[in-house]
Design a protein around this ligand. Structure first.
Ligand code: NAP
Length: 377
């Protein structure tokens, strides 16, 4: 396992962190899906035995079971071997006192007196402004002072300017962002990552494999990788990319099987910052372009077409469609479309009024594309 200093906090962190969001599951006696606890505990403890010392869970993961499982797995001396992170589910915070109540509930579920890092979970601009108005800073300072948390941070899903605004608002000790070679110009972006680094805030990387999508590339991209003299697997390319930036201290992977843990432990014996060559970076750019060339619809998600008078969620439909093409995985479209149907924003609602086509900066034939999307669904 490779380690780097966790900023100026005075300890070293393993480059591979364990994300407790995609654990193996099973069906219980009542037919309910739940975590396969023995297997998940075996995986986490094995990773810790092999040097992983950072564990990331959250209130909502696995229908609120992840924190309980994490607490169980960290018994028998494992708690002392790791830095433990959980997150404030900010969407459940309606008034200031809710923050204390939720943290106390989480400590009970984890069965620990404190957590090392407490992150405000999944901040967007709107959520952040709401949390400001509820005095999130007062809460974090109090929790630091009374010892329920050791360090503060936030996780993030919005655009770069919002990221910078949040970074500048508080003495954060960690920022967690979605970062991989397909997302270096998306959400916080590489620029945001660099900004956090300049401000001395260590960055924790989540979704380094885009939730698993770039672990299984379409054949043409797999062929490109096979032909590269490095001989690295798609997973190793992705981890090495995220791990090459000195601002990134640890890279979370949500592993859902023992072989994935073994594979990632092996890869992270080699992932060091600043070790990719300019040829490696050029190759990753080629891979990224090959993914982007697979985009079926040139929708840039600008949302000019929204709201549609009939409620059709046009950008969401095109994003789901593009995702399925890019990763050669129709199931991605089916799953996303099911959700869009639930939200009553499906393509069948289009009445061909043409309002969207009149404002689309990309001049897309939206009506025709929606019909095609409807046929694919
Ligand atoms: N704070 C937030 O808002 C937020 C949001 C997202 C994630 N997170 C945290 O960040 C962690 C990491 O994100 P993530 O789980 O999306 O990470 P990820 O590494 O991008 O995706 C995990 C998925 O990658 C696949 N995978 C992992 N190792 C593999 C291997 N060796 N070979 C083949 N496939 C492999 C598995 O997919 P398959 O299931 O397809 O096998 C696994 O479920 C989460 O677990 C969670 O703790 C936080």
């Amino acid at each position: 396992m490779q380690y780097v200093p966790f900023g100026k906090l005075g300890f070293d962190v393993s480059r591979l962190g364990f994300g407790m969001m995609r654990l193996p599951t099973m069906t219980d006696d009542e037919g309910k899906v739940c975590i396969d606890r023995p297997e998940a505990m075996r995986m986490l403890r094995h990773a810790i035995d092999r040097g992983v010392n950072y564990v990331d869970t959250a209130y909502g993961y696995h229908f609120q079971e992840s924190e309980i499982l994490t607490g169980l797995a960290l018994k028998d001396g494992y708690r002392e071997k790791v830095k433990l992170t959980t997150k404030l589910p900010q969407w459940l915070v309606k008034e200031h006192a809710d923050m204390d109540r939720l943290l106390d509930e989480q400590l009970r579920k984890l069965d620990v007196p404190y957590v090392d890092f407490y992150l405000v979970h999944s901040l967007t601009g709107d959520a952040f402004h709401r949390m400001q108005s509820l005095d999130y800073k007062g809460f974090l300072k109090r929790a630091l002072k009374d010892g329920r948390i050791r360090h503060t941070g936030f996780s993030f899903h919005d655009e770069k300017d919002v990221f910078i605004e949040i970074v500048d608002d508080f003495d954060w000790e960690l920022a967690q962002i979605q970062f991989n070679y397909l997302d270096d110009e998306n959400q916080a972006t590489l620029e945001g990552l660099r900004y956090a680094g300049r401000r001395g805030i260590p960055v924790v990387c989540m979704e380094p494999l885009r939730g698993g999508a770039i672990a299984n590339p379409p054949q043409e991209i797999r062929d490109m990788m096979m032909e590269n003299p490095r001989g690295w697997s798609p997973v190793e390319w992705a981890f090495r990319y995220a791990g090459d930036f000195p601002e990134v201290v640890t890279i979370l992977s949500g592993m859902n099987s023992f072989p994935q843990v073994e594979d990632n432990l092996d890869i992270f014996s080699r992932v060091k910052p600043g070790t990719l060559t300019s040829q490696d970076h050029a190759f990753i750019r080629e891979v990224k372009e090959a993914y982007l060339a697979r985009i079926a619809v040139g929708c840039t998600q600008c949302n000019y077409c929204q709201p549609c008078p009939e409620g059709v969620l046009i950008p969401r439909i095109f994003a789901a469609w593009n995702g399925a093409y890019m990763f050669d995985n129709p199931v991605l479209f089916e799953n996303a479309y099911r959700q869009i149907l639930k939200e009553e924003g499906d393509a069948a609602r289009c009445v061909a009024c043409g309002q969207c086509e009149a404002v689309c900066p990309q001049q897309l034939p939206i009506i025709e594309l929606l019909q095609k999307a409807q046929q694919q669904a």
